[in-house]
Design a binder for this molecule. Structure first.
Ligand code: TEU
Ligand code: CA
Length: 552
């Protein structure tokens, strides 16, 4: 297995809007990030993935970009950015930028020109189609509800937007679009950044002829028909040859709809495309039927089956990413663990152990290292995220659900659960801002905050610090081969890692039940980490959410 720094890294994702506000306007910013780099250095991470900080009207909180080479005014200036980049590098922390090039904002100059007439220079930078029988060109739905096509009065045509109508899709079939993107990427690499996380990069090559797709959930066809399209690997190989291969950088593709077979191509060992991808199968296991909205807990046996498929399927062929949390996913403690006061910390440590002992590059989302949980949403007015708000209105108005049925399901799965302000301490607004936070702080901040956890040796923070340190210390954790045990056990997630003569055993009890497990020879092995001090695992007893990692 070829070694590489990005295989041995631990990435921390920052959602800048919610991380740290340095000027009291209630919105996180770049200077706030700079002020917290020592905290991240202490945690031990060595890469930051920064969600978009570019100019944006914030229809989708920065994932709708109107200028790829200017900083969003609310986040600061390019000087603030350069200072943050320098300060991170001084601490040995790399900065990976979020590359959102499946679409731009409708306020990007390219789109303003493109929509101005049918024959301007930029018309084919985007995807314009005539309607069919007075309706949209096909049945595709937007991820944010409604049709994926918006009719434009001025030129009497529809434009494609897989996301909001203020996020028109770029036409990647146009070589001029590809050149614009590659040139912009080159300029960012020449600034000294350390890589890209590529937003919905699996969707950039649309299917020939734009055919209808199968209806999924509501009344529209799924836009996942665009996933892994006919030319996506050609475009990524071109991007790799033109930009990526020229720099010592890390790349991760966010690949909605990716299969294991496709991932083996996107993240192949020959490194002709990307280093790794984010897959979505495991975070879809608690979806409702036809929609993501549900209050279901993440089922452990299907989770073990899916993560095992990816561990075995990529080993030796491609590289894997390891994540449960990000700015689009609800908090994993509330989804797979138990966010009550009794079990929050112990289950957060159990979840962290299970993920961080696998093969792949782990991603820690801001607050995950504190065991931050889902927040409280009592009405649709409590949400900021357009995905949640649009779904609520569309699905209740279409009669699929009553508000009483749907609200708890949206409250449980809403992206806003990940976007409530970072909880720094027990002071007002959790120390995130001295102003009014743009989104309400989770009411449990007096119990769950960084200041308290930095002061406690047995905190989730210090546990994640140990998990991260172990990855730097033991090659078997990075490169060892994974094998699953007890595939059908409903409570226990047990797997081994093997590298040469060494063997690692990872045992996690994902339940409130006391369980027994015979550790055999491992009972005398070297305990690398465990989340109970008073454990009796050697006698085969596992407490609720007990996790133990033993090396032989
Ligand atoms: O997310 C793409 C994507 O897959 C999401 O639509 C995800 O499926 C959904 O949010 C989960 O319900 C990326 C960004 O991560 C997301 O924040 C943006 O809203 C989206 O692309 C459009 O840029
Ligand atoms: Ca601010």
């Amino acid at each position: 297995m070829k070694k590489a720094w990005w295989k041995e890294s631990i990435v921390y994702q920052i959602y800048p809007r919610s991380f740290c506000d340095s000027n009291g306007d209630g919105i996180g910013d770049l200077n706030g990030i700079t002020s917290k780099l020592d905290y991240l250095k202490e945690l031990g991470i060595n890469v930051i993935w920064l969600s978009p900080v570019y100019q944006s009207p914030n229809d989708d909180n920065g994932y709708d970009i109107s200028n790829y080479e200017a900083i969003m005014t609310e986040f600061g200036t390019m000087e603030d950015y350069d200072r943050m980049l320098e300060a991170a590098h001084q601490r040995g922390i790399k900065i990976v930028m979020d590359l959102v090039v499946n679409h731009t904002s409708d306020e990007h100059p390219w789109f303003v020109e493109s929509r101005s007439s049918k024959d301007n220079d930029k018309r084919d930078y985007y995807i314009w189609k005539d309607g069919k029988d007075g309706k949209e060109p096909n049945n595709w739905g937007s991820c944010f509800s409604g049709s994926a096509w918006q009719f434009d009065d001025k030129t009497q045509q529809y434009y494609l937007h897989l996301f909001s109508k203020k996020q028109p899709d770029l036409n990647w079939a146009n070589p001029r679009v590809r050149k614009e993107v590659f040139d912009m990427m080159t300029r960012w690499c020449d600034k000294g950044i350390d890589g890209f996380r590529m937003d919905v990069i699996s969707l950039i090559s649309k299917p020939e002829g734009y055919p209808d797709s199968e209806v999924y959930g509501g009344t529209y066809g799924t836009s996942n028909i665009c996933a892994n399209g006919p030319k996506v690997h050609d475009y990524l190989k071109e991007m790799n040859q033109t930009v990526l291969s020229k720099y010592d950088i890390m790349t991760v593709g966010e690949c909605a709809g990716v299969t294991l077979e496709e991932a083996q191509r996107y993240a192949n060992n020959e490194q002709s495309e990307l280093n790794m991808v984010f897959q979505f199968e495991h975070v879809g296991l608690d979806d409702g039927d036809g929609f993501k909205w549900s209050t279901k807990k993440m089922p452990l046996v299907p989770l073990k089956e899916n993560l095992t498929k990816w561990q075995k399927g990529l080993d030796g062929v491609a590289w894997n990413s390891l994540y449960f949390c990000n700015h689009d996913q609800p908090r994993i403690v509330s989804r797979l663990g138990n966010d009550s006061d009794a079990y929050r910390e112990i289950s957060a440590k159990c979840i962290g152990t299970c993920l961080h002992m696998m093969q792949g590059t782990p991603y820690v989302y801001q607050g995950e290292e504190l065991g931050m949980t889902n927040s409280v949403f009592n009405s649709v007015d409590d949400f900021n995220d357009l995905e949640s708000i649009n779904a609520y209105h569309e699905l209740t108005e279409a009669g699929f659900f009553t508000p009483q049925e749907l609200l708890p399901a949206i409250a449980h799965k809403s992206r806003d659960n990940a976007r409530t302000p970072m909880q720094w301490d027990e002071s007002a607004n959790a120390g995130f801002t001295t102003g009014k936070p743009w989104l309400a702080v989770n009411p449990n901040y007096t119990k769950v905050n960084a200041k308290d956890q930095l002061a406690r040796e047995d905190s989730v923070f210090h546990y994640y610090q140990k998990l991260i340190a172990l990855r730097k210390q033991y090659e078997i954790i990075v490169y060892g081969h994974y094998d699953l045990l007890l595939a059908e056990d409903p409570d226990l997630y047990v797997y081994t890692r093997t590298l040469g003569e060494q063997k690692l055993l990872v045992v996690c009890n994902f339940s409130e039940n006391e369980r027994s497990y015979d550790f055999g020879a491992f009972a005398e092995g070297k305990v690398l980490i465990q989340n109970y001090k008073d454990s009796s695992f050697k006698e085969g007893n596992l407490k609720p959410y007990e996790a133990v990692v033993v090396l032989l």
